[in-house]
Design a protein around this ligand. Structure first.
Ligand SMILES: [Zn+2]
Length: 349
């Protein structure tokens, strides 16, 4: 008996559970069904003008399309034409909100930099022509990833990027008829820097020129970094093992020499003469245009601009474009003694 009663209790609760389950599935249906026709049967004519047609896949111009490229992306080598690669570089290297002429200047600089790499053998030997690592070659972002970042303005941004590449099809910055090392950076401190101030070799087309960006248009144009004595000592000692950092931290950096652009050309680090660029790298400063002082027991660095300061300034290009300059004027301003023209004699690999 006891067993039977228990069984009937069990079957009762199964029946209740089944009813509850059914209700669980049917209830939402009961809510949705009355609106089904509104949801799925469009009786109203669709207003076609409200629907943006999707952008067709990017098609490079004739010159860029004719040049195929092997792009190392992590472990994979992607095959694509030069134009498709350049669209990826422009997406990654410059905000798409910038003026169209600034984006064109960026596209031509990126194309020129790529051609320079091809001509000089690049950094990847036989395995690839360029890579997607911005610390080695140039940053690269495919359309899907860029669209995810752009969100609602993705169509407009992508259209601007593609136009910048296509409207400058095959154009490069030449010095003496060959593509230049078309380096670029985010923002300058009023003047760009000579290549020789930053790297080993000076180049006639990478010389200081004025740059019109101002602090109110550039995010983080003025930045500061603070270090405790221990942090600063560890960083400087790692970069300059010969430096004598035995005194107080106010004695570690001395006798700065400024270049024409106001950046630190050289400075004494514990008795070792170092380039401003080396100190920038050791401390992770945004540029080599910096000053320092001790405040409340910490060493504070005040930094202007962002990047190495050589060649095209991206925010400077945006400011020039906003003032009416076209991309050729921008490029011939930032790169000294150059011409901008279709480079038809693409170097073959
Ligand atoms: Zn690379």
């Amino acid at each position: 008996m006891r067993r039977n009663r228990r069984e009937s209790q069990v079957s009762q609760s199964i029946a209740v559970s089944a009813l509850l389950l059914a209700a669980l599935f049917l209830l939402p249906l009961a809510v949705v069904v009355p609106f089904r026709s509104a949801l799925f049967d469009r009786e109203e004519p669709v207003d076609e003008t409200e629907q943006e047609p999707p952008l067709p896949p990017f098609a490079a111009g004739e010159r860029d399309a004719a040049r195929s490229l092997r792009v190392l992306d992590g472990e994979t080598v992607l095959e694509m034409d030069l134009g498709t690669y350049l669209a990826g570089v422009v997406r990654a290297e410059m905000p798409a909100s910038f003026e169209p002429e600034a984006l064109k200047a960026q596209a031509v600089a990126a194309r020129t930099y790529t051609l320079y790499k091809l001509q000089t053998g690049g950094n990847h030997g036989e395995s690839a022509d360029v890579c997607t690592d911005h610390t080695c070659c140039q940053a690269y972002l495919d359309e899907e990833s860029a669209r995810a970042n752009w969100g609602e303005s993705a169509d407009a941004c992508e259209a601007k990027v593609e136009a910048a590449v296509r409207d400058t099809d095959g154009e490069a910055i030449l010095y003496g008829g060959v593509p230049i090392l078309a380096v670029f950076h985010s923002s300058s401190a009023g003047l760009t820097r000579a290549a020789g101030e930053v790297w080993v070799n000076d180049l006639p087309y990478l010389q200081p020129v004025s740059s019109p960006e101002s602090g109110d248009r550039v995010p983080n144009y003025y930045s500061r970094m603070e270090f405790t004595a221990e942090e600063l000592k560890a960083r400087l000692q790692a970069a300059f093992p010969e430096a004598d950092l035995s005194g107080g931290m106010e004695t570690w950096l001395k006798d700065p020499a400024a270049d024409g652009a106001g950046s630190v050309s050289t400075v004494s680090v514990g008795g070792v003469r170092a380039k401003g660029t080396q100190v920038r790298a050791a401390l992770g400063l945004r540029s080599a245009c910096f000053t320092w002082e001790v405040q409340d027991g910490e060493m504070v660095f005040f930094v202007t601009g962002y990047g190495h300061g050589v060649g095209l300034s991206q925010y400077g290009a945006a400011a020039m474009a906003a003032a009416g300059a076209d991309y050729r004027e921008i490029l011939t301003h930032y790169y000294t003694g150059v011409t901008v023209e279709p480079f038809t004699n693409f170097p073959q690999v």
